[in-house]
Unconditional design. Structure first.
Length: 229
C-alpha cells in the first residue's frame, strides 16, 4: 500500500500573523482520515492567544475575540494535547499532511517552546507530507497561485470552510491523495518522501529567489527551510 492509500492525519493552524516565530495560534485542528474518507478529530480547539487578534485575521477566518472569550482554551492545555496526539501518530507510523509545512510546523514548535513544552518529533521519524511542495514539484511550470483553495480547485477537491482548521484539513488530505494517485514517482517510503520534499522545496526556493533578484523585486527572499532532521 502506498502512502496515499492508507490512513493520513492532517494538521492545520490558524494564527495571529504570518511570522511563525512570533505569531500566536488561535485554532488548532488535527484530524485522522481513514481510507474510507471518514475522519476523527484528535484535536479541534480554539486557543486564547492572550494577545489581540488583528481585524484582518478575524475577517479571514471568522474567528472573533468574542469567540475566543467564549470558547478559547488555555494554550498550555491545547498545545499539550496537540503534542501528545502528534506523538501518537508518529508512533503508529501515520503520515501527517500539512499544507505549507514551512509555516505550521515551526509555528507549533515556537508555541511549544514559548510555553515550556517539549519539542515536536524529528522529521523523520515523523513523516510530513506537504501538498504545496509536492504540487510545485510535479507541476513546476503551471501558472497561477498555489493557495490551498487554488490547488484544491486544480485537483477537483472541494474546500468547505476555508481558513478554518476542519475544512482546511479535509481539503489538504484530499489534495495529497489526488497528487499521490496521479504521480507514481511519489510512491516511495516515508524517509524517501521527506528527502524528496526537502530537495523539492530547496529547488523551488532557490529558483524563486533567483527570479526575485533578477527582476529587482522589493519583497524579501524566501529563507524558510522545509522541516527535517
Amino acid at each position: 500500500m502506498n502512502w496515499h492509500e492508507g490512513p493520513l492525519a492532517a494538521l492545520d493552524l490558524e494564527a495571529t500573523g504570518v511570522d511563525p516565530l512570533t505569531a500566536r495560534i488561535i485554532e488548532v485542528g488535527l484530524f485522522l482520515f481513514e481510507t474510507d474518507r471518514s475522519s476523527l478529530p484528535l484535536v479541534e480547539l480554539l486557543i486564547d492567544p492572550a494577545v489581540p487578534i488583528p481585524e484582518r485575521v478575524t475577517a479571514l477566518t471568522g474567528i472573533s475575540p468574542a469567540d475566543i472569550a467564549a470558547r478559547g482554551t488555555e494554550p498550555l492545555d491545547a498545545l499539550t494535547r496537540t503534542r501528545l496526539a502528534i506523538g501518537g501518530l508518529v508512533n503508529e507510523g501515520i503520515p501527517i499532511v500539512i499544507y505549507h509545512a514551512t509555516y505550521d510546523w515551526p509555528l507549533l514548535e515556537a508555541e511549544l517552546a514559548r510555553h515550556g513544552l517539549g519539542p515536536l518529533p524529528s522529521v523523520p521519524p515523523a513523516i510530513l507530507i506537504d501538498p504545496l511542495v509536492l504540487d510545485r514539484h510535479v507541476d513546476r511550470y503551471r501558472k497561477g497561485k498555489r493557495t490551498l483553495g487554488d490547488v484544491a480547485s486544480h485537483y477537483g477537491v472541494r474546500l468547505d470552510g476555508a481558513h478554518r482548521a476542519a475544512g482546511d484539513c479535509a481539503a489538504t488530505v484530499e489534495v495529497a491523495r489526488k497528487i499521490g494517485e496521479q504521480h507514481p514517482t511519489l510512491h516511495v517510503g516515508g524517509s524517501e518522501l521527506v528527502d524528496l520534499q526537502v530537495k523539492a522545496h530547496n529547488t523551488w526556493r532557490d529558483s524563486f529567489n533567483a527570479y526575485l533578484t533578477k527582476v529587482g523585486a522589493s519583497r524579501p527572499l524566501v529563507t524558510e527551510e522545509w522541516p527535517s532532521g
